[in-house]
Ligand binder design. Structure first.
Ligand code: OGA
Ligand code: NI
Length: 339
């Protein structure tokens, strides 16, 4: 059988040619150092104004941070990781029932990023699920492993709660009303990408995911504690984000960059692969409702600062994002006002 996914159970001894990046685009892994000062924000801190300050600093200068004591129960997280591993360990025939390369599908197993649009592939398989409203989407989710639906449902609810809390802190940190982001983003969608990066015979030549920014509002990433692979662009250099125990990595998406009038960064990030161990990550994306009108917050332009971006609906943005390849310029550049 011509398997489309990488996680077929048969290891690869060489990297197929259509995964090899041209010399100038390779990850240069030996030049990447660990990010020693990733902001780690303790969400159980009593002094809220202190937390808001930390959020401001992290979003403005990094575009990403890790949160600890975030309120998502450890059990929900551990079960999520286990069931994700179990899913990717299923026989390939079973998984292929869910295969699709059509990004508009609400449940699909796929590989790389956007196989129909890209010329070089990425060393990743992923299960992508729409998650909200739960009652609408859960029936479509995989029923094998048998505990999948229940575990993922619970995880989704917990993570959504965390996302809302963060959106409040982020709004406050911009000097806006606490519920500003929530109001503007409307009835937010929630998507999940369960990413599986199999061991790769030539990690220097390819990516799990090449550099990109996330098109949504906020991303809550659970990464494998044992196997790192996430890197972010900081001061024009790629740095590795070492997994912190019991933490989530949060990154600002394009929509919060637009809403903040560019004060906050939707950070460039990428996933690299390794030769020894599979790596798993679970990305939860909070997305504005399709008809949400995104524009720089009024409170941020009242002082005469120009609005950097024009208003657009999320539906318009999302369509533009998926019509392109990942490693192009920042999608938000296409939505800038003329200077
Ligand atoms: C993503 C992503 C990073 C990772 O799914 O958008 O950036 O470490 N994932 O898997
Ligand atoms: Ni991403």
């Amino acid at each position: 059988m011509d398997t489309k996914v990488l996680s077929s159970g048969v290891p690869f001894s060489n990297l197929p040619e259509n995964y090899v990046r041209p010399e100038s685009e390779r990850p240069r892994l030996s030049e990447v150092s660990d990010c020693e000062d990733v902001p780690i924000i303790d969400l159980s801190h009593e002094d809220r104004s202190q937390t808001v300050k930390q959020i401001f600093y992290a979003c403005k200068y990094y575009g990403f941070f890790q949160v600890i004591n975030h309120g998502v129960p450890t059990e929900a997280v551990e079960k999520m990781k286990l069931v994700a591993h179990e899913f990717f360990g299923l026989p390939v025939e079973e998984k292929m029932k869910l295969y699709s390369d059509d990004p508009s599908k609400t449940v699909r197993l796929s590989t790389s990023f956007n196989v129909k649009k890209e010329t070089v592939h990425n060393w990743r398989d992923y299960l992508r699920l729409h998650c909200y409203p739960l009652d609408k989407y859960e029936p479509e989710w995989p029923s094998n492993p048998s505990s999948f639906k229940e575990i993922v449902r619970n995880y989704c609810i917990e993570v959504r709660g965390l996302g809302y809390r963060l959106e409040e802190l982020i709004s406050e940190s911009l000097g806006l009303e606490k519920d500003y982001a929530k109001k503007v983003l409307g009835e937010q969608g929630q998507h999940m990408a369960v990413n599986y990066y199999p061991p790769c015979p030539e990690p220097e030549l390819t990516y799990g995911l090449p550099g990109h920014t996330d098109p949504n509002a906020l991303t809550i990433l659970l990464q494998d504690l044992q196997v790192s692979g996430l890197q972010v662009l900081k001061d024009s250099k790629w740095v590795a984000v070492k997994p912190h125990p019991n933490a989530f990595v949060i990154n600002i998406g394009d929509q919060l960059q637009a809403l903040s009038n560019g004060i906050y960064r939707s950070v460039w990030h990428r996933a690299v692969v390794n030769a020894d161990k599979p790596r798993l990550s679970v990305a939860s994306f909070l997305c504005p409702s399709d008809d949400a009108l995104i524009s720089p917050a009024k409170g941020l332009t009242e002082d005469g600062s120009a609005a950097v971006y024009r208003g657009f609906t999320y539906a318009e943005y999302y369509k533009t994002f998926w019509s392109r390849n990942l490693d192009q310029e920042h999608c938000l550049e296409l939505f800038k006002n003329q200077e």
